[in-house]
Design a protein around this ligand. Structure first.
Ligand code: FE2
Length: 433
């Protein structure tokens, strides 16, 4: 007997009336119309069953700290960085753990079961590192949490010299942080930025670790660190293991230069993470009008065969007062900012917070095929575009075939003469779609 059988589900690829059979935490069969005895049977009633959401870029050490020790009055990146500097000495491990766990509770409710979080490693106490390693252990039964050693203040900008932050970053890796991070555009000079990319990629190669750098997160059209990142990736044989996050300067770069850069990135098999909610709010702040959007060139990178995912980046922290762990909100913003309104592009936005993000994180057993982990979410929508449009309710969230969260369908009762008693905004679609 099966542990779980989902029937009458629609899958993101458009197949309908699909059954998904689960045994011992794994999907054993995905086929049309299967009926079989199971301990639990869920009738999806034509709703969309998707692999769980994946956030490939987040800052869990800062999340839910909004208002501590004060709010960011201007809402700018620079005031956010200053605020984080004020908050850091006041952090306690207990409070960090508590906030991160509360975030993870909300993430589960939103079907978000894998998160790559950067963690600041410039604090010699490594308080946030210890806290998030503890959180990683505690949430492991329901969330795959990957940590990136992120030198927020610049790896070569330690007050006691260039070795200081590099040493704490290495200590963080020794403790079990999974990925080497960086922030080359924040180093003192372009040359130091390039040197940081080289040193950090060499460190990753030595230790057999992936790399994920905040890279060129500015409006500077001359920022060139992603070029260096692609070069070092190839030089050190790190193809497929390196991610360039943000890459907002690509928005402002000269088109001719980008026509050379994108093929270099493809050759190095870089992954790219854009963070639409944060890029659109923090970039372009020195512009009057026209104001740049600041998001990297997502459609063009995808067209070159580069794996592009969307991250949430921030939720209620010194940089961003909003957010709710909803990767469909992230996809919704990415779609708008990137003008990704073609039928193909809208579906690519759904992929950017599911399958593409899973590739960034290198998740094993992710997907809706036999043999994959039974980690999925049933949405109150009939296809990926409707899911993005409605930021669809996560009706049921499953981990290893076990129901771990559920939310009632979003349906409003109406009291209008001559009109239906209920509405849920799930209107008809054009024939044949
Ligand atoms: Fe970030």
């Amino acid at each position: 007997m099966l542990d779980l059988l989902i029937t009458r589900a629609t899958l993101p690829d458009g197949r309908s009336n699909m059954s998904v059979a689960v045994q011992a935490g794994r999907i054993t069969e995905v086929t049309q119309g299967l009926q079989a005895p199971a301990h639990e049977i869920v009738d999806a009633q034509g709703m969309l069953l998707s692999s769980h959401f994946v956030d490939p870029h987040f800052h869990m050490d800062a999340t839910l700290s909004y208002g501590l020790p004060r709010v960011n009055q201007s809402g700018t990146l620079l005031e956010g960085i200053a605020l984080w500097g004020e908050l850091k000495p006041l952090l306690t491990q207990e409070a960090l753990v508590e906030r991160a766990l509360a975030y993870c509770d909300g993430a589960v409710a939103k079907g978000l079961l894998a998160i790559r979080s950067h963690v600041d490693v410039c604090d010699p106490r490594l308080l946030a590192v210890d806290a998030l390693l503890e959180v990683k252990k505690q949430v492991a039964p329901y969330i795959e949490l990957q940590l990136v050693a992120f030198p927020q203040d610049g790896v070569l900008r330690g007050p006691r010299g260039p070795q200081q932050h590099l040493d704490t970053l290495k200590r963080a890796l020794d403790k079990g942080v999974d990925v080497v991070g960086g922030i080359p555009h924040f180093e003192r000079t372009m040359a130091d930025g390039a040197l940081s990319v080289k040193l950090l990629c060499e460190l990753a190669a030595e230790r057999g670790l992936p790399v994920d750098m905040h890279c060129d997160e500015s409006d500077d059209p001359h920022s060139r660190h992603v070029e260096t990142l692609a070069f070092e990736t190839q030089r050190l044989g790190l193809q497929g293991r390196v991610t360039g996050s943000h890459l907002t300067s690509m928005h402002s770069m000269d088109n001719y230069y980008v026509s050379k850069l994108i093929p270099l990135m493809a050759e190095a098999q870089l992954h790219v993470v854009a963070n639409p909610l944060i890029n659109i709010t923090l970039q372009g702040r020195h512009d009057s009008y026209p104001k740049r959007r600041g998001m990297t060139r997502v459609p063009e990178l995808l067209a070159a065969g580069i794996n592009v995912a969307f991250g949430h980046d921030c939720v209620m922290d010194p940089w961003y007062a909003l957010g709710s762990g909803d990767m469909l909100e992230v996809a919704h913003m990415g779609l708008h900012v990137g003008q990704m309104t073609s039928q193909t592009a809208m579906r690519q936005c759904f992929d950017a917070v599911t399958v593409n993000a899973a590739r960034v994180m290198g998740l094993q057993g992710y997907g809706l095929q036999a043999g994959c982990k039974a980690d999925f979410v049933l949405l109150q929508a009939r296809d990926p575009v409707e899911a993005i449009r409605l930021r669809a309710t996560r009706l049921q969230v499953f981990k290893a075939g076990r129901l771990i969260a559920q939310t009632p369908a979003a349906t409003s009762s109406l009291n209008l003469p001559g009109r239906p008693a209920q509405t849920s905004w799930m209107h008809g679609r054009p024939a044949g779609t």
